[in-house]
Design a protein around this ligand. Structure first.
Ligand code: GGG
Length: 353
């Protein structure tokens, strides 16, 4: 009798460099499967901006239902220079996060071997941003009136619920307890007078009995400065949808490049598939040149393997990535000369041992 574990994973390479960084991730996950006793049925979805140009939508009407019975989703990038960014995001990425209640967006960042921070004195950086992922400032509540006229205005509401804040704060506190025990909550309750005081109160309630945790609440503007000046002082940062998005790009840039940063959009209850995607977008400026850094995608694939319970394979993938980087094989965004394919070949060589 076979003991092989099989996973069904939907893969949406999407746009731009998503098409270039997804194939190495698939090859690595398959190569690890051969060694670690699992196999993957990849369901490749041709969704994204090219799909939009033919169908006037980013994914099929029943796209969410098509994904619902999979074990996980591996996403590349979305965004096209000929389409408004809100069309591409709200046509694909955001519906998946919301429909599958992926309310945690986990964004770990650290300085990987072989990388020198652009701020040379920064050598100590190991932070996880826990971003609230289905509400907050990313809300569809609002509207535009008098389009194109001088009287035109837009109203954009942010939606913060007690449940939404509580669950993200709890997840972040639990995570901090498994790490260095330090939790920072990003706020702006001095200027945003309704939602942010609620954020502060609920987060404080959640962590009140967080035994052994050091907890603080820092205004987002001061926090942005502090993570640049002294990133070593931070461990886990919990933030709203928008603040978490901005902070994680900032921290990734300080750690060397946005190209390395992974993310996991998690439905912690496992009622629905979770989605794994690099933090970077489709990068039209470098798309098609084969020079994209695949590390953010490979690290995201490692997070996916960990979520599926394949922790040995997840660790082996990151070990292969880190050994490759430590050997001096780096892509151009990190000052190296390797292209996407050469980097992937080196990682695969290490996986194959
Ligand atoms: N890797 C997925 C991607 O293309 N992300 C681009 C982006 O702008 N994301 C915004 C967000 O995460 O909210």
């Amino acid at each position: 009798m076979s003991t092989q574990r099989t996973y069904t994973i939907d893969v949406i390479a999407g746009d731009g460099i998503g098409q270039e960084v997804i194939p190495p991730a698939i090859r690595c996950v398959d190569a690890l499967g051969a060694r670690h006793g699992y196999s993957v049925v990849w369901r490749e979805r041709d969704w994204g901006s090219d799909y939009y140009f033919t169908h006037r939508r980013m994914m099929p009407v029943d796209g969410i239902e098509q994904l619902a019975d999979g074990d996980a989703i591996l996403l590349g990038a979305v965004g096209h220079p000929d389409l408004p960014d809100h069309e591409t995001l709200w046509g694909l990425l955001i519906p998946i996060r919301r429909e599958f209640l992926q309310y945690i967006n986990l964004r770990p960042v650290r300085i990987l071997p072989g990388v020198v921070s652009p701020l040379r004195k920064v050598t100590d950086l190991d932070i996880v941003v826990v971003r609230e992922n289905v509400e907050g400032e990313y809300s569809s509540v609002g509207g535009r009136v008098y389009r194109g006229r001088s009287e035109e205005f837009a109203i954009q509401e942010a939606v913060f619920t007690r449940t939404g804040i509580e669950r993200v704060a709890r997840f972040a506190a639990d995570l901090a307890a498994t790490r260095r025990g330090r939790l920072t909550s990003a706020t702006k309750s001095n200027g945003i007078i309704h939602s942010m005081p609620l954020w502060d109160e609920v987060a404080a309630d959640v962590v009140r009995d967080g035994a052994g945790l050091t907890v603080d609440s820092v205004l987002i503007d001061a926090l942005a400065a502090k993570v640049v000046l002294d990133p070593g002082a931070f461990d886990v940062i919990v933030a709203s949808n928008l603040f978490g998005d901005i902070l994680s790009d900032l921290v990734a840039a300080v750690a060397g490049s946005i190209g390395i940063a992974p993310s996991a959009n998690i439905n912690p209850e496992r009622r629905y598939p979770s989605m794994f995607e690099p933090v970077h977008g489709s990068a039209p400026d470098i798309a098609g040149r084969g020079i994209a850094n695949p590390v953010g995608q490979l690290w995201s694939a490692s997070l996916m393997l960990g979520h599926l319970g394949e922790s040995a394979a997840a660790d082996a993938l990151m070990a292969a990535v880190e050994q490759t980087m430590a050997s001096g094989v780096l892509t151009a965004d990190l000052g190296g000369r390797a292209d996407t394919s050469e980097f992937a070949t080196q990682v695969l060589r290490r996986i194959d041992g």
